[in-house]
Design a protein around this ligand. Sequence first.
Ligand code: PGA
Length: 247
Amino acid sequence: MTIIASNWKMNLDRQSAEQLLVEMASCPVGDKVKRIVFPSFTLLDLARATREQIGLANHLALGGQDCHAAANGAHTGDVSAAMLIESGCQWVLVGHSERRQNHKESSATIAAKLEMAQAEGLSVMLCVGENLAERQSGHAEATVTAMLSGSLPHKVDGAKLAIAYEPVWAIGTGMTATPENVMEMHQAIHKYLKNSGLNDVPVLYGGSVNPENANTLLALEQVDGVLVGGASLDAKSINAITLAAEI
Ligand code: PGA
């Protein structure tokens, strides 16, 4: 199974989101490929309705881009895992580098979110990745391993988990990690998960994935899918990336 996940971030209005989903529906996808779309919270209802209208309900899962660690309460501007489920989500992204950096989220906060999301019944895509200084100083693997250890709670359900390895320096920059970098990092992540008793957890790559590099990335044995930002906003690009997973 290969996962093709779209992280729309804070993009798209209702009309363009609907159009994008309709065009995504025109892409033939076999049983080997699972698609997930992470729209902004305000587009979830539209994405859910459109998905049903165009017959994509069984072929495209929905996810929230974040959730709070608490079940409810005085958390202005936040959204709970239960709210995401009510809005039609099966997934949630946690620990994206834009949340870690711009919202100062620690691995401990992310672990708490992950635990709550799984307890409510969501599958969680946990993002980890080193920055440029950490890569250049030879600490990429140690950084990512520490992020995994800090962001995975003691109680974690491996059947409701995916990891997205997203080197921060490759996100939105047009710079992609080399296949060798990706292989090494994915191997290290798979090893860490196995040693923690978490078997068969998919590990995705993210960071400037596009139709030109998708074939090479998805052909790597250690890569179980991709998390796509910028290129996921364009129907032709995300469909081409999806087709690359079929090969
Ligand atoms: P990008 O974003 O594909 O635009 O680099 C990926 C991500 O942040 O998930």
